[in-house]
Design a protein around this ligand. Structure first.
Ligand code: FA5
Length: 340
């Protein structure tokens, strides 16, 4: 059995050297536990004479008290260290660069529609929408295309099953009539939207694509006004160097009618494979609104006149970005879409 002073010396040394609470607990058990060193001294007291018993008893109780105090003190210190370690581990380092969140972006058609809308809004045009499911009346009859008229052949139509009179609109022109019915001129509107045609798809034809219609009605709106509006639009969209020309054409809902061409964006008008050596690219149909259309919209052609136009948005983007297949817009191929 070690002497009391030896026990105290060893115990305090071990308390001091304990690196964590677990180690300290082991020290406690060794010296103050049920079968620890202090216990052994107390257990063996009976073997001593009364005087010696008193002396050792007093001494070992003091040793026990000192060890207890030293352990308590060390326990506090180790607890604080442990807490600081946890805080340090969980500490938020605001200087670490954040993780980049992968963001999607708008489809090229949406981006282009927004750009076109902005140009027309700056010229005072309002943006109007219409239904994609139309009646035969708005899509054809009201636009001066009566039943059995050969002009209907120009628009291969998806008729909705079970109802001969409903169809998926083949152009955004029906919104001309819908707007005239509810609004009194003067007005100028554009109508962006999805249209549908029952056609075989190829590099320049889709069955579902986008149109942007335009309509301006007032007392004295002329083709000169149209030319000015269109020239501003095309130069804003394609760039100042673009040249524009009007070419006679036919649409039942305009008289006179014309096609708008721009100088080829690929060769600048010299002639190449993109423009089929003509130097020109077709951008849209247009014309002065036919009196029958004004009448169908509830307006008197003697009081009002104006122009209308309709462009294929997909084809405009194809020209601008030199895209050679319209189907790329609808295939959801990220390699293509990420380029915009
Ligand atoms: C029309 O649809 C007329 N409503 C346009 C118009 C409005 C003329 C107002 C006069 C006044 P067209 O069928 O040509 O016109 O179509 C307009 C444009 O849509 C074309 O110039 C072309 O760029 C685009 N387009 C036509 N068919 C397809 C198709 N299958 N896929 C993609 N674009 C097409």
């Amino acid at each position: 059995m070690s002497s009391c002073s030896e026990i105290k010396k060893q115990a305090l040394k071990k308390v001091k050297g304990a690196k964590n609470l677990k180690e300290l607990d082991r020290v406690y058990k060794r010296y103050l536990g049920g079968k620890g060193e202090v216990f052994l001294v107390l257990k063996n007291l009976k073997d001593f004479s009364e005087n010696k018993r008193k002396e050792i008893g007093k001494e070992i109780n003091l040793v026990k008290k000192d060890i207890e105090e030293a352990i308590k003190e060390k326990q506090e210190a180790l607890k604080e260290i442990a807490i600081n370690e946890i805080i340090e581990k969980d500490k938020l380092d605001i200087t670490i660069p954040g993780k980049k969140i992968k963001k999607g972006h708008l489809h090229p058609i949406t981006l282009t529609l927004r750009k076109i809308q902005e140009i027309f809004q700056n010229m005072g045009f309002s943006i109007i929408e219409g239904p994609e499911v139309e009646t035969e009346w708005y899509n054809f009859d009201a636009l001066n295309i009566p039943k059995d008229h050969p002009a209907r052949d120009a628009w291969d139509t998806f008729w909705l099953q079970g109802n001969e009179k409903l169809l998926l609109r083949t152009h955004t022109s029906p919104v001309q009539i819908r707007y005239m019915e509810k609004n009194q001129p003067p007005f100028r509107i554009i109508v962006p939207g999805r249209v549908f045609r029952h056609e075989a798809t190829d590099a320049s034809h889709e069955i579902n694509f986008y149109h942007l219609e335009g309509l301006m009605i007032d007392k004295q709106i002329s083709m000169a006004n149209f030319k000015a509006v269109m020239e501003h639009f095309l130069k804003s969209f394609f760039g100042k160097k673009i040249k524009m020309r009007l070419r006679p054409s036919f649409f039942p809902f305009t008289e006179p009618s014309f096609e708008i061409d721009i100088s080829c964006v690929a060769c600048g008008g010299k002639g190449c494979s993109v423009c089929k050596k003509t130097g020109w690219l077709e951008t849209m149909g247009a014309g002065m609104v036919h009196p029958n259309v004004l009448k169908a919209g509830g307006l008197n052609p003697k009081d009002w006149q104006g122009f209308a136009f309709g462009m294929g948005v997909d084809r405009l983007i194809m020209m601008k970005h030199k895209i050679n297949d319209i189907r790329l817009f609808y295939n959801n191929d990220l390699r293509f879409l990420k380029q915009f």
